[in-house]
Write a protein of this length. Structure first.
Length: 154
C-alpha cells in the first residue's frame, strides 16, 4: 500500500497490487470493509464487492497484457454519503471519457475488455465512468450512494 495515487489527496483507502488475479479478492474485501464501516447494508456491500471485483479484474487483465510490471491501483473514499472508488491500470485506455448515469452510458467505442466489464458494473452502481489515465491506461470511477431510504444526502 502506498501514498497518493495520481494526485488524489483525500482518499481514505489506497491500494496497489501486482496485476495477478489472486489480489482481486483483497481489493474487493478491503473496499467492502470501508463501505461496512460507513453503515452500508449487506445487499449494497455485495453489489460494491461485485463492482470492485469486475473493475479490478478488468484492470488486472489490461496490465498483465500490456504493462505487467505496473501495479493496479485502487482508491476509495466516502463523501456526501456516497462511496467513490477508482481503479487505475496502465493497459490500453479509452480514447475519450465515458461517464454518467448507468442507463445513459454508451460502451460502443470502448476497448473490448471495458465493453465487457462496464455493462455489469453499471447495473451495480449509481454512476460509472471510464477515462484515459495520465501517462496511459484507464481510470474506472464508480460512485455508490450509501444514504438510506428517506435519509437525504448531505
Amino acid at each position: 500500500m502506498t501514498g497518493s495515487l495520481d494526485g488524489a489527496q483525500d482518499s481514505e483507502l489506497e491500494l496497489e497490487f501486482p496485476p495477478k488475479p489472486e489480489f482481486v479478492r483483497m481489493a474487493r474485501l478491503t473496499v467492502a470493509a470501508l463501505a461496512r464501516m460507513r453503515d452500508a447494508d449487506d445487499d449494497l456491500v455485495e453489489d460494491i464487492k461485485l463492482a470492485v471485483s469486475e473493475a479490478c479484474t478488468r484492470a488486472v487483465s489490461a496490465n498483465a497484457a500490456d504493462a505487467p510490471q505496473e501495479p493496479v491501483k485502487v482508491q476509495a473514499t466516502v463523501r456526501d454519503h456516497a462511496l467513490h472508488v477508482e481503479v487505475l491500470d496502465r493497459g490500453p485506455g479509452p480514447e475519450r471519457s465515458v461517464s454518467g448515469p448507468p442507463e445513459e452510458l454508451d460502451t460502443e467505442d470502448l476497448p473490448f475488455e471495458s465493453a465487457l466489464a462496464v455493462p455489469l458494473i453499471r447495473g451495480l452502481v449509481d454512476e460509472v465512468g471510464l477515462a484515459p489515465r495520465e501517462g496511459g491506461g484507464t481510470r474506472v470511477r464508480m460512485i455508490v450512494s450509501l444514504a438510506s431510504e428517506g435519509q437525504p444526502p448531505s
